[in-house]
Design a protein around this ligand. Structure first.
Ligand SMILES: Cc1cc2nc3c(=O)[nH]c(=O)nc-3n(C[C@H](O)[C@H](O)[C@H](O)COP(=O)(O)O)c2cc1C
Length: 361
């Protein structure tokens, strides 16, 4: 029996968890044609079922949100059937799994989107730089089309339907991806949201898309089964910093709390080259959140344990360590060395660098 908190059982709302470790969401681009999950993905997630909770890679709720090559979706019957393989593999090993709902918004390319889909965003502001496509290699980010009011409502409905589909596919819940520069954060940031209707302008209106989606998702599947990921000071996908960042998150977090969803998952991507999230802001948001609080970004066993002991978080998410170590929980608990992640195979098709990382012993 370990004397640390990290490896002890806990709960996440209605859900019992076997420990305090979360596998952080990681896009791995191994889905089959049409964004359909497959047996290889089931094997990958099943291998990592020792985590207290797995949060899947970003899963698009909409054909319009499938911006990257070979990422999965959760709007079609085939996708729901594919996900059943994944949830079945994780549950067979006693694990718990949430689907991360990620609409990529402006971050994408028509060459990656299914037929009939379109690159939509709050405003017609292109992401800087280029996007990888299987068909045409690297391509400049196109200018997205600004959503009409009806399309904003429709996008929210797509999250709600995807959350229902997630439950039908056997998921224990969903995480709304409000981080890393995708559609939700594109609404939140004044750099990408230049709307003058009820979805843009003031801090409150920029946050409205996130709050409304949380509220309606909670109404559909129960707040205890919903979380939201946030990344203040994140610069992924060409998101610039802006003066009122702290104020934005100080207003957003209580408004999301009022929707009744279970957790906030705060990421600090300074370990991946982003500016550090000020410690005071993290503590302030933690205090403003009435239920489970997850921290992610650059943790090891000692720093995770310290964050739990000091009450800075209820659960700790590990990304790259879980990617490279299917038996991460055992390795951390026994103090065994960790496999290093192979960056070259993060997003490449096939089993290499995906399901072939060795387990200890
Ligand atoms: C290959 C890879 C893919 C990722 N994809 C996602 C994603 O789909 N959704 C997300 O919220 N974060 C994504 N992230 C960020 C991770 O969830 C995590 O926050 C980050 O790796 C920092 O944690 P770590 O230092 O423990 O790796 C990704 C990270 C990596 C390395």
């Amino acid at each position: 029996m370990s004397d640390t908190t990290l490896f002890r059982p806990t709960t996440l709302g209605p859900l019992p968890l076997r420990n305090h470790l979360v596998m952080a969401p990681m896009t791995r681009s191994r889905a089959s044609q049409g964004g359909v999950p497959n047996a290889l993905m089931a094997q990958y997630y099943g291998q990592r079922a020792d985590a207290g909770l797995i949060v899947t890679e970003g899963v698009s709720p909409s054909p319009n949100g499938l911006g990257y090559a070979r990422i999965p979706g959760l709007w079609s019957k085939e996708q729901v059937e594919g996900w059943k393989l994944v949830t079945g593999a994780v549950h067979a090993r006693g694990g718990a799994i949430f689907a991360q709902l990620m609409h990529s918004g402006r971050v994408g390319h028509p060459a990656n989107l299914p037929e009939g889909a379109e690159l939509l965003a709050p405003s017609a502001v292109a992401a800087p730089g280029e996007m990888y496509t299987d068909a045409k290699g690297m391509q400049p980010h196109p200018v997205p089309r600004a959503m009409t009011g009806a399309e904003v409502r429709h996008a929210i409905e797509e999250y709600v339907t995807a959350s229902r589909n997630a439950i039908a596919a056997g998921f224990d819940g969903v995480e709304l991806h409000g981080a890393n520069g995708y559609l939700m954060e594109q609404f939140l940031s004044p750099a990408t949201n230049q709307r003058t209707d009820e979805w843009g302008g003031s801090i409150e209106k920029r946050g409205r898309f996130l709050v409304e989606t949380a509220r309606l998702t909670a109404a559909a599947i129960g707040g205890g089964r919903v979380g939201m990921r946030l990344s203040p000071y994140g610069v992924n996908a060409g998101m610039p910093l802006y003066p009122e960042i702290d104020e934005t998150y100080r207003a957003l977090v209580p408004a999301v709390a009022a929707t009744g969803i279970q957790y906030v998952h705060l990421v600090d991507h300074s370990a991946m080259g982003a500016p550090k999230v000020p410690e005071e802001l993290k503590l302030e948001l933690r205090k403003a959140w009435p239920r489970s609080f997850i921290l992610a970004g650059g943790f090891d066993r000692a720093s995770a344990e310290a964050a739990l002991q000091e009450g800075r978080a209820d659960l700790i998410a590990f990304g790259r360590p879980f990617l490279a170590n299917p038996d991460l929980v055992t390795r951390l608990e026994r103090g065994l060395p960790l496999n290093a992640p192979d960056f070259g195979t993060f997003y490449t098709p096939g089993a290499k660098g995906y399901t072939d990382y060795p387990v200890s012993g």
